[in-house]
Structures are given as C-alpha cells and as structure tokens.
Design a binder for this molecule. Structure first.
Ligand code: PBG
Length: 330
C-alpha cells in the first residue's frame, strides 16, 4: 500500500515563510482602526485602578489628558469618553450640566488632541442616574422610553457644545438616533456624527464596566438591551438606526457576537464598529495573569478576529498597547 500524497493542492505553500504569510494575510490591524475607551472620575486626586480591569484606571482630568495624548501619539483612530460623577440623581442631571464631569472632559480632550483624534462621548444616562438605568423611570419603576429621549436630546446638545466630534448612543431606547439627530440639527450641529450602538445585547460581559463607572444598577437591562438569543433582530435594529441617520453602527459585545457582526457587516451601508467590552478584557487579562494563555498573542488574535468578522474599527481597552506592538512589528 502506498501513502496518498496531496498532489497539486498544498495550502502550506502560502504559510512557508514570514514574508509569504505577511503577503497572504487577508486581515490587518492598524492603529487607526482602534478606539480607546477612557474613564474620568469627578473629584479624584490621583488615578484610581479598576480592580476587575487590571491596567485600566479611572482618570483625573490631568491623567485623562495625558492618556489621550498617548493615544494620539500611538496613532489611534479615537477615544471614547465615559464620565463617573461624584453625585447622581433620578434624572441624571450631571449628564446635561455643562460643568458635569463628562462635558468638562470632552472639552479638555478636544483642546488637547482634538486635531489628531476623533473625540467621542458615551451618550447614556446610566452613569448619571442614582438607580443606574440608562433612562428615566416611570412612577412604576419602568424605563420610560420617550421621556428618556428628551434627556438624550439635551445630553447630545451638551456634548456637542463641549466639542465632541462623535456621540456614542449606547442606551438602546427606541428612536434615540432620530431624537439625537434632530436635536443636533435643530441647534445647528450638523457636523457632529452619531454612532448608534445598534445591536447592543444585555450581556454578562459588562460586569467589570459596572465597577469602572461605580454603577448603581440593581437588576438588569433586559427591557431595553437585546436578548443574546437573537440574531435576526440585529438586522432590524441596524436598519432602523441607519434610517434614523446613524453615521456608524456598532455591535456589542464583540467576541460572543461575531456571527451578528458578520451579518451586519455584510448588509450595512455605513461603517460597522464593534466593542470588545470590559468582560472580554478581564477574561484575557485573568487567564494571562495565571500563565494559562500568552497575553500578547491572545490580545492580538482577539482583536484580529473581530476585524476578520467584519468590524471596520474596534473599541478596545488594549488600543494604545496594541498600537505599540503593531509599530514594533513593522
Ligand atoms: C452604557 C454602557 C455600558 C457599556 C458601555 N456603555 C454598560 C451597560 O450597558 O451596562 C459597557 C462597556 C464595557 O463593558 O466595556 N453607558
């Protein structure tokens, strides 16, 4: 009996040398396709580590500016800012106060690096409400969709006036993209772009983020964020947001939703981004810290897989570090 040979078809040929692998790579990572999420905490004297996100901190106004400068020097596409207020209330008034922590941070970062980076702000009420929900509540304690839209419209104006280039609508209220777009346009802010977190799932992988923003939430967000069981519904959310004027749509989380991301990337008529969320970060950091997986390889592969599935850009807490590795490899 003779051993069969593969004949003409030998896929290993294109894997033989580093140069051949580089030339035949279908997906590439570039710093410009990465966005760094950053947290700024009101009233801090020094940056404060976030235990469940080793290497990530709540920033002071000064350390936020420095981190944004590092992001710009690394050639990142942008930063996404999240504010953690010292005081909260039922309506999340800190979100619409021009002196509120997030609006001040937007102005700081725009003044510091506004020509080099797309400065983006989270547009959602959960960091600012004392009940931790993404909107305002009815007397019965249900998130009131249409009353929340009025708060989002006001928040959009505050962020636009602070100088934000792009607003990240992460609240998952029906009609939020239209409400914000109309409010911006009526006030003459035609230039401010809207990123709709179109397909955002009610995910356990947001756990560490809740520590990062000192979330007051008791319960869950399943009446407004999507059910992880649903794939088709993402297409509806994306189509709705694009019809309402979204300039970019997002899928979130990323790694457990690569099927959704691939669907959206195949049909969307605007850029598609994905958010590699806090729990995805924490899992890889925790396993690497144990020595169970190689950190740099796992981080690189995870972001590459999100790009391969169809994300044009990726929000990731590793953005600056990863950009450094990419520069080293060239
Ligand atoms: C809402 C918001 C959340 C995240 C980003 N924007 C939290 C939530 O929906 O519960 C999570 C991001 C992450 O986990 O890294 N403001």
């Amino acid at each position: 009996m003779t051993t069969p040979t593969p004949g003409r078809l030998r896929p290993r040929r294109t894997r033989r040398t580093p140069a051949m692998r580089r030339l035949t790579a279908q997906t590439r990572l570039h710093p410009a396709d990465l966005v760094l999420p950053l947290f700024v905490r009101e009233g801090l004297d020094a940056p404060r580590p976030i235990t469940s996100m080793p290497g990530v901190q709540q920033h002071t106004r000064d350390s936020l500016r420095r981190e944004a400068t590092r992001a710009a020097e690394a050639g990142l596409g942008g930063v996404m800012l999240f504010g953690v207020p010292a005081h909260r209330d039922a309506l999340g008034t800190g979100a619409t106060d021009p002196d509120g922590v997030l609006n001040v941070a937007i102005a700081d970062v725009v003044a510091e690096v506004g020509d080099a980076l797309v400065v983006q702000a989270d547009l959602c009420l959960d960091e600012f409400t004392d009940h931790g929900h993404c909107g305002v509540l009815t007397p019965q304690g249900v998130v009131d969709n249409d009353a929340t839209l009025e708060r989002y419209a006001a928040m959009a104006l505050a962020q636009a006036e602070a100088g934000a280039h792009l607003l990240g609508l992460s609240g998952m209220m029906d009609g939020q993209t239209a409400a914000v777009r109309d409010a911006l346009d009526t006030a003459g802010h035609h230039e401010v772009a809207v990123l709709a977190y179109a397909a955002k799932y009610a995910s356990a992988f947001y756990g560490p983020f809740r520590e990062a923003v000192e979330s007051q939430l008791d319960g869950d967000r399943r009446t407004y964020q999507m059910d992880p069981a649903n794939r088709r519904e993402a297409a509806r959310e994306v189509a709705t947001d694009i019809a309402e004027g979204a300039d970019v749509v997002m899928v979130k989380p990323a790694m457990s939703y690569l099927d959704v991301l691939a669907d959206v990337a195949a049909t969307a008529t605007v850029p598609v981004w994905a958010y590699q969320v806090s729990g995805e970060y924490a899992m890889i950091e925790a396993a690497s810290a144990q020595g169970w997986i190689g950190r740099r390889g796992a981080v690189t592969e995870s972001v590459l897989s999100i790009r391969r599935a169809g994300a044009d850009a990726v929000l990731t807490y590793w953005a600056t570090e990863l950009a450094g590795w990419l520069a080293e490899e060239r």
